[in-house]
Design a protein around this ligand. Structure first.
Ligand SMILES: [Zn+2]
Ligand SMILES: [Zn+2]
Length: 405
């Protein structure tokens, strides 16, 4: 019979990959908690309208990549392609926006995008993210960036930080008009996608992946040179405080997010270790999204980091051997061994080997499986109600009474 395989772009997580996942999540969780974040878990499945409204209909994610279907009740639903929308929906649904709005959430979990699978890009992937609500000070943007720095430093991952400012509802519209007239002049030289973007989302032409577009647009008007006073002053503070905090960065004027509720700070952490300048984390300020989704006007800033993107860069520190391995030389003594082993369970790591083995084989197994103590029951031990224990770390051995054990 033909066996069933997992879907394309969807992998199982096991063995050392599972260890890495756990290590990354635990490290990021501890740091997020130190920054005052608490955990939130939102459903994997949401109304499609949530993502159409928040991620934007003109984006590739909503336009081409969503796992969207009608459920048995005829509801238009979708597996989440990203994490922010659900957190913002929950923030509004729980009326946090009406109660001061100061909330800091971290989340992690599976996201789904129907993309062409390639290295570092899967259809089922995982993100760790943080969303901070209710703080409009640019110092909060710095905190979010330093939080990511702390995570990558703890994981010993190299990175480069790129930052940009996307302006606000005061300075962005004028800039956008200037950009559109510039783009209209260049229209003939630009790619199909950019033609569409001029109408739907002109800012997105700036990060078009087409090389010809990049060359053509190199002398386009830059947002950071067209900021209003408040945006300009915030961007200056951002750069100054990052510098004073010892955080290197580069201003990338093509770093855009391109939806109306994204404003001011935008940033990306990139790594050269997994291919040229691949993004390993990204985020920024989205002061209008809560209002856009029907909540009370609440400023917010956040980020997400891609776990699969950094998997190959992470080394899990080796754990010290610990716990007890129980083995017997004769199946006859298995029940006695089993009951002794069970008493230790729940308090520490315990493995009870149910197959009889030679002493040497047991010792090898215990070491391979990472146990510190190897406890053996043979005929002498059973006759004397004792158990033989070898400490694999100190290479010492001892025979003690089962009662004392
Ligand atoms: Zn502005
Ligand atoms: Zn283009």
């Amino acid at each position: 019979m033909k066996t069933i395989q997992s879907l394309r772009g969807m992998n199982d997580t096991l063995h050392n990959v599972a260890d890495k996942f756990e290590y990354i999540i635990n490290t990021a969780t501890e740091i997020a908690k130190n920054y005052g974040y608490t955990q939130i878990e939102t459903p994997l499945l949401e109304e499609t309208a949530l993502f159409k409204r928040s991620v934007g209909e003109s984006s590739d994610i909503v336009g081409k990549e969503m796992y969207q279907f009608l459920d048995k009740g005829g509801n238009d639903v979708c597996l989440r392609p990203e994490g922010t929308a659900g957190v913002v929906r929950s923030f509004i649904q729980n009326k946090f926006d009406k109660r001061g709005g100061n909330e800091k959430f971290f989340y992690h979990g599976a996201m789904f995008r129907y993309e062409r699978p390639q290295k570092g890009r899967l259809r089922l992937f995982h993100q760790f993210g943080c969303e901070s609500f209710g703080e409009n000070s640019v110092f909060e943007d710095v905190s979010v960036i330093l939080l990511i720095r702390d995570i990558f430093d703890a994981l010993e991952i190299g990175y480069k930080l790129k930052i940009n400012s996307l302006g606000c509802s005061e300075c962005m519209p004028t800039y956008r008009e200037n950009l559109v007239s510039y783009l209209e002049e260049k229209r003939e030289e630009l790619c199909e996608d950019c033609h569409r973007r001029i109408e739907t989302n002109p800012i997105r032409t700036l990060d078009c992946k087409n090389e010809k577009c990049q060359t053509e647009l190199s002398d386009s008007p830059k947002i950071v040179q067209n900021l209003c006073e408040s945006c300009d002053s915030d961007f200056e503070i951002l750069k100054r405080v990052l510098k004073e905090s010892g955080m290197d960065f580069e201003v990338d004027t093509n770093l855009v997010r391109g939806l109306d509720y994204y404003n001011k700070t935008a940033f990306e952490f990139v790594s050269d270790e997994i291919g040229s300048q691949s993004a390993i984390a990204g985020g920024g300020r989205y002061d209008k999204l809560v209002e856009f989704l029907g909540g009370k006007d609440t400023p917010a800033v956040g980020f997400a980091l891609g776990i699969e993107r950094i998997l190959d860069l992470v080394k899990v520190p080796e754990a010290e051997n610990s716990g007890y391995y129980f083995g017997t030389l004769d199946s006859e003594y298995l029940q006695k061994l089993y009951l002794l082993g069970t008493q230790k369970r729940g308090k520490e790591r315990v493995h009870i080997e149910l197959k009889k083995r030679s002493l040497n084989k047991h010792l090898q197994n215990a070491d391979k499986m990472g146990y510190r103590f190897c406890a053996i029951l043979g005929s002498d031990e059973v006759a004397n109600s004792t158990i033989w224990i070898k400490d694999l770390k100190l290479s010492s051995e001892d025979t003690i009474s089962q009662d004392a054990f």
